[in-house]
Design a protein around this ligand. Structure first.
Ligand code: BTN
Length: 320
């Protein structure tokens, strides 16, 4: 299917005969695949005896559609598209453990057991969002991996802003919020031993077409369609993310990442409520360190370093 789609995506008229010869299948098999593509929403004209021409492409995450116009060097050079999977993170970790290359992207239309932070789930209905996991192989000590979470957050925020025009901001550590509502969450999972990191899977879920949310998150979550009043193209978001991830990686190497991160932050300089596993306190968010922790000045004037917690920002997502 990918072969045929790649040829159709050139916009040229593609001859059925040439396709059957190139793919080593019968003309009837080519016709059947055209019908399958049509059933998925691709509009394919039969042009007399000359062949087939693609005239409209649905909102799909199929790999050839994401790859169209992608100019990255390593991010997304290998794309695994799944119609349905339990969790793209689970699937990507398995691929990584079998040696998948850095930059391999697993993307799905639906997750049946999407995983969120702190043991929560991630609602992932078919066709409604972007559910993807990028395999990374940093040459880093396990203690440095939190920096990758900042990179993933900045790349995603920039991608959402580029594609939708929304003011996408990062709520520490790596939620993306637009207009005060969460539109995207991330879960980074690492496979490492004491000395070195084998791989990291950066899992990203973006709410795109959802019209409503379960009551427990209805006040705090939104989708990009609801916020823009348009239908946002999911493949364009994935492409922009892959491109931005490479840009942001170069920024990290050049030492310019943190300034860009701070500019996109919804948390810094704000009054925050920190809900950590063992404690809860309020204060002012002062800075995010290179290693990804948040420094908060608490009510007693103490600087406190927060490594893992949920943070509410006053005036954002219900914290008043
Ligand atoms: C959060 O709790 O905010 C993090 C949500 C992360 C969800 C994404 S969807 C793609 C990837 N696969 C998963 O199972 N989880 C992440």
């Amino acid at each position: 299917m990918d072969d045929i789609l790649e040829r159709l995506l050139t916009g040229e008229i593609v001859s059925g005969q040439a396709l059957s010869e190139a793919m080593g299948v019968t003309r009837a098999a080519v016709w059947k695949q055209m019908e399958q593509l049509r059933a998925q929403g691709f509009v394919i004209e039969s042009v007399g005896r000359q062949g087939y021409r693609l005239t409209a492409c649905p909102d799909t995450l199929m790999a050839p559609v994401i790859r169209r116009g992608l100019e990255t060097v390593w991010a997304g050079r290998e794309i695994v598209y799944l119609r349905s999977v339990d969790s793209t993170n689970r699937y990507a970790r398995e691929l990584a453990s079998r040696g998948a290359a850095e930059g391999t992207l697993v993307v799905a239309d639906e997750q049946t057991a999407g995983r969120g932070r702190r043991g929560r789930g991630w609602i992932s209905p078919a066709g409604e969002g972007v559910f993807m996991s990028l395999i990374l192989r940093p040459q880093a000590h396990p203690s440095q991996v939190a920096g990758l979470s900042l990179q993933a957050a900045l790349a995603t925020a920039r991608a959402i802003a580029n594609v939708t025009g929304l003011d996408a901001r990062i709520k520490w550590p790596n939620d993306i919020v637009c207009g005060g509502k969460k539109v995207c969450g991330m879960l980074l999972e690492m496979n490492a031993d004491e000395q070195s990191v084998h791989d990291v899977v950066a899992g990203i879920g973006i709410n795109v077409h959802q019209r409503d949310f379960p009551p427990e998150i209805a006040q705090t979550a939104a989708s990009l369609d609801l916020l823009t009043g348009t239908s946002v193209n999911r493949a364009a978001l994935v492409r922009a993310f892959l491109q931005e991830f490479e840009t942001v990686s170069s920024m990290a190497q050049a030492g310019t990442l943190m300034d860009a991160y701070r500019e996109r932050s919804a948390t810094l300089a704000q009054r925050v409520q920190v809900i950590a596993p063992a404690e809860m306190f309020t204060g002012t968010a002062l800075e995010v360190t290179d290693s990804g922790s948040l420094i908060v000045l608490d009510e007693q004037g103490q600087r406190r370093e927060v490594l893992a917690a949920d943070v509410s920002v006053r005036g954002l997502m219900g914290y008043a």
